[in-house]
Design a protein around this ligand. Structure first.
Ligand code: GLC
Length: 421
C-alpha cells in the first residue's frame, strides 16, 4: 500500500531504524457524525505508523474557529494543534501560519478536483490538501410536494409560493409546527454563503468581484435581499435569525419544514433509520432569482493543513497524506455524507449506491460561486462579517435592503482602500 511505503520512508529518514513515536494533535473537523470518521483515522494512523494521534476540539462555526486559530497562531504555539481542517476561504488568511506542503504532496494533485486543489495554493505554495467539497443545495419534502401536486420549484418566487401553500394547508390540518423554508440566518459565515447565493442567483454579482471591484450595491442585489427578507415570518420562522446549519437540519429532519437550504452532509443524515423524514427527501439545485436569474450554489469545503509551528512535521505530513488517500475520502463520504474532493471516489460502487445524489452534487460544484476570499486576501474575515451583517440587518428588519447594501458598499470601500492588500 502506498501509505505504508511513505510511512516506512519517513521512518528511514529518521536514520538507523529508530522508530520515533510522535504524538500528533489533530482537529478532526466539525459535523454531526464526525466522531466515527475520527475513530477510523486514529485506528489507521496508529496501526500504520509508529505515531499516536490525539484529538482536540475547536469551535464548530467557521468564523469562530478562525478566530481561535488566529489566537493560537499569534503566539506561535506548537502545543495545541498540529493538523487541522481549514475552510475553503482561509488559505490566504492563514497563509503564514501554515506549513508549506508543496514538496510533500504535489504528486497528489491529479487525484483532486483541479479548482479545489488550486484554491490551496498561496504565492505558489501548497498550504492545504482538500478534505471535502461543499456546495449549497435545496432540500425538499418530496412527499409533501407530491401530496399537493407541486413540481420542484425553479425560482425563489416559486419556492415561496409552494412553501406558503403547503405550510398553510398542513397547519390547517393540524401540523402546527410546519414551516415553509429554513436556512442559515444567524449573523455568521454561513449567512455570507446564503446571501451570496441569493445575490448571485439574481445575477447580482458576488459583493466583491474577482478583479477586486466592489459590486455589492446594485439593483439585483437589492432585489435578492428584499426577496430573502420577505420570507421571514411568512414561510420562515423568526427563529431562522439564530440558525446555523445544524439548527436548520434539526427542524427539517424532524419533519417540520417543506424546504431547507443546506450543504450536502444533511442528506445521508436525513436517510438514517431513525430519521422521521427517511425516504421523503429530495435535493435539487438552489432556485434561480426569477426567470432571468441562475442557479447559484456557494462553494464551500474543508482542507487539511499543518501548523507552521508544529514540532512533529514528518508525522503530521504522514497523517495528511493518509487523510488524502482514496480510502480516507471514501470513508469520509460513507460515514459523514460529505462530498469527496477526490475524483476517483465518485467511481466507487459502494459510494454510488449510498449516494445517488452525488451526480447532482458534481453538477452543483461545477457552477459553484466562490466567496470573495482570494481577491480580498487577509481582509476576507472583515469583508465576510460586513456581508453577513448587511444580510442580517435586512432579514431582521433593522435596515432596508437599500440601506444595508449602501452601508456595505461604504465599508467594503474602506477595507479596500486603494487596493486589496
Ligand atoms: C460549510 C462550508 C464552509 C462554510 C461553512 C459556513 O462548513 O463547507 O465552507 O464556510 O459551511 O457555515
Amino acid at each position: 500500500m502506498r501509505l505504508k511505503k511513505i510511512a516506512a520512508g519517513a521512518l528511514l529518514s529518521l536514520g538507523a531504524g529508530l522508530a520515533q513515536a510522535d504524538t500528533v494533535k489533530m482537529e478532526c473537523g466539525a459535523g454531526a457524525t464526525v466522531k466515527s470518521f475520527c475513530d477510523y483515522v486514529k485506528a489507521r494512523f496508529e496501526a500504520e505508523t509508529p505515531h499516536k494521534l490525539q484529538f482536540i476540539d475547536l469551535p464548530r462555526a467557521s468564523d469562530e474557529k478562525l478566530s481561535m486559530l488566529q489566537q493560537i497562531f499569534a503566539t506561535k504555539d506548537s502545543k495545541v494543534v498540529d493538523v487541522m481542517a481549514i475552510d475553503v476561504v482561509w488559505p490566504g488568511v492563514l497563509d503564514r501560519h501554515l506549513l508549506d506542503l508543496t514538496e510533500h504532496v504535489k504528486d497528489l494533485e491529479p487525484a483532486f478536483f483541479s479548482s479545489v486543489w488550486q484554491n490551496n495554493i498561496v504565492n505558489g505554495r501548497v498550504k492545504g490538501v482538500p478534505n471535502f467539497i461543499d456546495a449549497g443545495v435545496l432540500y425538499y419534502r418530496s412527499d409533501l410536494l407530491e401530496k399537493y401536486g407541486e413540481q420542484p420549484p425553479t425560482t425563489w418566487q416559486d419556492m415561496a409560493r409552494i412553501a406558503a401553500g403547503i405550510q398553510d394547508a398542513e397547519r390547517a390540518a393540524g401540523s402546527r409546527n410546519l414551516h415553509g423554508f429554513v436556512f442559515q440566518g444567524k449573523a455568521y459565515e454561513g449567512l455570507t454563503c446564503d446571501a451570496l447565493e441569493w445575490v448571485a442567483s439574481f445575477d447580482g454579482g458576488s459583493f466583491v468581484e474577482p478583479d477586486g471591484s466592489i459590486s455589492a450595491n446594485n439593483p439585483k442585489a437589492i432585489e435578492a435581499f428584499k426577496t430573502a427578507a420577505s420570507w421571514i415570518d411568512t414561510i420562515s420562522p423568526k427563529g431562522v435569525l439564530a440558525y446555523q446549519e445544524e439548527e436548520a437540519r434539526a427542524v427539517f429532519q424532524n419533519g417540520d419544514a417543506v424546504f431547507m437550504r443546506n450543504w450536502p452532509y444533511a442528506y445521508l443524515l436525513s436517510q438514517d433509520d431513525a430519521s422521521p423524514v427517511k425516504g421523503k427527501v429530495s435535493m435539487m439545485p438552489l432556485p434561480r432569482g426569477g426567470e432571468g436569474g441562475q442557479h447559484a450554489a456557494a462553494l464551500g469545503g474543508w482542507q487539511w493543513a499543518v501548523s507552521a509551528y508544529t514540532q512533529v512535521p514528518e508525522a503530521a505530513i504522514a497523517l495528511v497524506r493518509m487523510l488524502a488517500d482514496f480510502e480516507s475520502q471514501r470513508q469520509n463520504f460513507l460515514q459523514m455524507g460529505v462530498s469527496p474532493a477526490r475524483l476517483d471516489v465518485y467511481e466507487d460502487a459502494e459510494v454510488q449506491a449510498k449516494g445517488p445524489h452525488l451526480t447532482l452534487l458534481k453538477e452543483a460544484f461545477d457552477g459553484a460561486v466562490a466567496r470573495p476570499s482570494t481577491v480580498t486576501r487577509t481582509e476576507y474575515p472583515k469583508v465576510s462579517k460586513a456581508i453577513w451583517n448587511a444580510a442580517y440587518d435586512t432579514l431582521s428588519g433593522r435596515a432596508s435592503a437599500e440601506a444595508a447594501l449602501a452601508d456595505l458598499e461604504g465599508r467594503l470601500k474602506r477595507f479596500k482602500g486603494r487596493e486589496w492588500k
